[in-house]
Design a protein around this ligand. Sequence first.
Ligand code: NOJ
Length: 735
Amino acid sequence: MKEKELQKLFQSLTLKEKIGQLVQLSGEFFGSVDEVSTGPAKKMGIHPEMVSLAGSVLNVAGAKSVISIQKSYLERSQHKIPLLFMGDIVYGYRTILPIPLGQGATWNPELIQENYNNIGMEASKAGIDVTFSPMVDLVRDPRWGRCLESTGEDPFLNSQFAAAVIKGFQGNLTVNNVATCVKHFAAYGATEGGREYNTVDMSERRLRQDYLPSYKAAVEAGSKLVMTSFNTLDGIPATANKWLLDEILRKEWGFDGVIITDYAAIHELIAHGVAQDEKEAAQLAINATVDIDMKTSCYANQLEPLVREGKIDNELINQAAWRILCLKNELGLFENPYRGASINEEKFMHTDESRTKALQASRESIVLLKNENNILPLDVKKSKIAVIGPYTNSKSIVGMWSFHGKQDEFTSIQDAFEKLDTHNIKFAKGCDYLEDYSILGSFGKMLNPSNESTLDMEQQTLQAVKLVEQSDLVVLALGEHMLQSGEAGSRTELELPRVQKKLLDTVAKTGKPIVLVLFSGRPLVLTNIEKQVDAILQVWFPGSEGGQAIVDVLTGKFNPSGRLTMSFPYSVGQVPLYYNSFNTGRPISTSQHSDRFLSRYLDAPNGPLYPFGYGLSYTKYEYANLSLSSEILNDETTITISVDIQNSGSKAGIETVQLYIQDKIGSVVRPVKELKGFKRVFLQPGEIKKVIFEVNEEMLRFYDKNLCYQSEKGDFRVFVGHSSQEYLEADFTLI
Ligand code: NOJ
């Protein structure tokens, strides 16, 4: 629709109709064909008239349902303004990608972009207009279950992935694409103690330096929506935070799209203790320029009285409703309210093309953490192999945010092994994921109401050990239960579930070599189990093609290339733990103080077990000849940094060359190093390639002592290498 027509339509709306646009309700409010469901409306205390005016729907998917709801809604609607269908298509619709923490480990945003384009197509065919993705919260605390949804602890890397996901999903915003909603704005990853829905508090410098860049990158990549986070920032909940939403997001960054709350977040302003009641909560949120109220009655019931009583400016509602209408128009809903929704949706789901791309992403997400005596890759023709553990034949390999996937389309490890032409591989479950499902709360009761008896587990273990004894080597497929991470998956212990640890101990006693295939939605603490096994493959939740990807890596069909984007701690007591930290005044390596009085733990090293950027391969890469085109940089010049990488092993592989920079002296303390670039290079055995990076003044900017974003003259160090801890280094000066 032309803007003029849209304006005309807008002018014809009453205040109530405009408020309706600001209300988002879930599917149960809309009768399937021709009725507004009154039950849920009554429960929420919202008038059926408001349901019939609501502007958007939460988490309804499937072309049939979407078309039917839209059709009956429009039939009853006076102005024929279509509903917007929004949903959590976080990392897959029918084709499920590896979890974002695994996507980060690919260091391959281009591949991730292509994959999101595919899953965006699936979602749009199922009637989704807007996806609540990407989640770009920076994460430094693996106790938080939502590390799973993030690409990790680095602002630069997260920003690359934020842009990739948005470009993939949104494309040119045709009917084959969906609009994105970046979340959770802002700094939700810094929730205290890693506990879900908890407080966040940090300096403005840290916020701007580390936490905001990925959201900003998402806005710059054109994300149409932003979702507020559940947390407070400096004592103000994000959903009521005018400084954050209006000053920074809208005015400073120029975001003119739609801001939506997280689920029920306006009402939660009361529990936070910043609003007396729903009315005050609605007032705070609309003043902060929040456009859509997800799933509460605050806007629906309170905005009209607030305007009438002169407590809020009518203009705030006009602006919010206008932004929502513009989004609907941009998505072409006025011309085609069903957009991509296709009664032939099946044809577009889990296609060969999307499976192939997802398989590639899964393979590239896998990180080889240990490979003693090159026990991997496996020789399935020569060795007798026992594949043991609850993940052996599991389809629960997709992580929590994958509601629309179909288990019968997923490939388990056993499925993939069985395709190989060998009789050398035998399988046994060994034990269940958990000894007690009640730790998963209401989810646990759903999954295992009776709680499987431990006797069964003992028998399973005996059977598995028998297999192990007849084999040359064991592949142990263990890990967190899929629901131990994800939303509300906070944990204080980051070990393997006890029953699985017991299985590992029992298998280790046989003395057979062990390859651990480890599933998790976060870094686990592997300090003890690392000693018991010969190899570790960190496979995250690898997605619908996960089993195949794992077997491809185990057998050497694919040479692992994944690199960690979150540090793996030695001990949970170290967290938050991240590579781009400060030195402190008493650094452990260079301070003159006696060892007792250094910045360190008495009972653990300072550093991680496995650092940021780390990951092994079946070949070896050697770095040499780091050279800088100049040791002097100024505002107008560029330094070219080059390094030679040689594949000195016998297998072709992909090396991710990482560039870090340290600003040695600043007006404020600067991190020990910061990622500034990376390049993936494919190398045949023996091959040498020169890799080149360019460094300019802009890359050296930061928030100085006056919170101005600029560089400061002085000395810098560059590190080019295989990880944040293995590199060559050189110095230059900015004049
Ligand atoms: C709550 C979660 O925090 C958010 O990420 C999600 O998009 C919404 N619920 C909607 O389901």
